[in-house]
Write a protein that binds this ligand. Structure first.
Ligand SMILES: C[S@@+](CC[C@H](N)C(=O)[O-])C[C@H]1O[C@@H](n2cnc3c(N)ncnc32)[C@H](O)[C@@H]1O
Length: 222
């Protein structure tokens, strides 16, 4: 015989079952369960291999950024120059493991929009705070602090970006910049000015990885 008590108990059981199922359901849409994330990012990167056409870094440079973040357990990242997000994907992937997040800045609306789509497809949106803005202004305004920075926007502004970020870069933190090459194809005037400046600072220890597009890697001394 069905009484009010039985109906009530059944109703509670259903509510409980929905509550238990709902989070995993939601996770499979917006963000991703941690165990599935590596697979999802790898699948995304594989699918998009050879299709990055918006001044994006090569995959090998993305891997360098990934390794620096993992090795130093960085959590508070800033990227200047998102484009459609190839480097951001590697940065955010590393941060998904360290428990961090990246603020990334892009001035071009179309690229910004495409980047958001890419972040979602890769399952990394939760680790990325993407801003559509002029980095000349926003980098100054952001309070920080940061323990990892990747600079890959307008080259003639590289030195200014560094000067604006420096007070917000934690000791032991790392400032990286793209298209820095000491040999071979050399570097443009803006990058040269930035590189000579950062190399001259006794409180920054700088090396360059030239295996891909050239990345300067500068650690702020403790
Ligand atoms: C070399 S691309 C970045 C590539 C990106 N890191 C990647 O690997 O996918 C440089 C980007 O910086 C953006 N940019 C240039 N000047 C900027 C500014 N003042 N503020 C924000 N973004 C800027 C450009 O629109 C361009 O998309």
């Amino acid at each position: 015989m069905i009484n009010k008590r039985n109906i009530c108990a059944e109703f509670l059981l259903i509510v409980l079952a929905i509550a238990l199922l709902l989070p995993s359901d939601l996770m499979s849409q917006g963000s991703v369960k941690k165990n599935d994330l590596d697979e999802r990012v790898r699948t995304f990167l594989k699918k998009r291999e050879g299709t990055w056409r918006d001044l994006n870094v090569p995959a090998s440079d993305g891997k360098i950024l990934y390794d620096v973040i993992i090795k130093n357990k960085y959590k508070k990242a800033l990227e200047i120059g998102t484009s459609t997000g190839h480097s951001t994907i590697y940065i955010a992937w590393a941060l998904s493991k360290t428990g961090g997040k990246v603020i990334t800045i892009e001035i071009d609306k179309e690229r910004y929009r495409q980047a958001l789509t890419n972040f979602k497809e890769a399952g990394l949106s939760d680790y990325i705070d993407a801003r559509l803005a002029d980095a000349h202004r926003l980098v100054k305004e952001l309070p920080g602090s940061f323990d990892f920075v990747f600079c890959d926007a307008d080259k003639e502004w590289y030195k200014n970006y560094f000067i604006d970020v420096y007070p917000k870069l934690e000791k032991g933190g790392c400032y990286t910049a793209h298209n820095v090459s000491t040999g071979g194809w050399g570097m443009g005037a803006g990058i040269r000015e930035f590189f000579d400046y950062i190399k001259s600072l006794p409180y920054m220890k700088t090396t360059v990885d030239e295996s891909g597009g050239g990345i300067s890697i500068s650690y702020k001394r403790e």
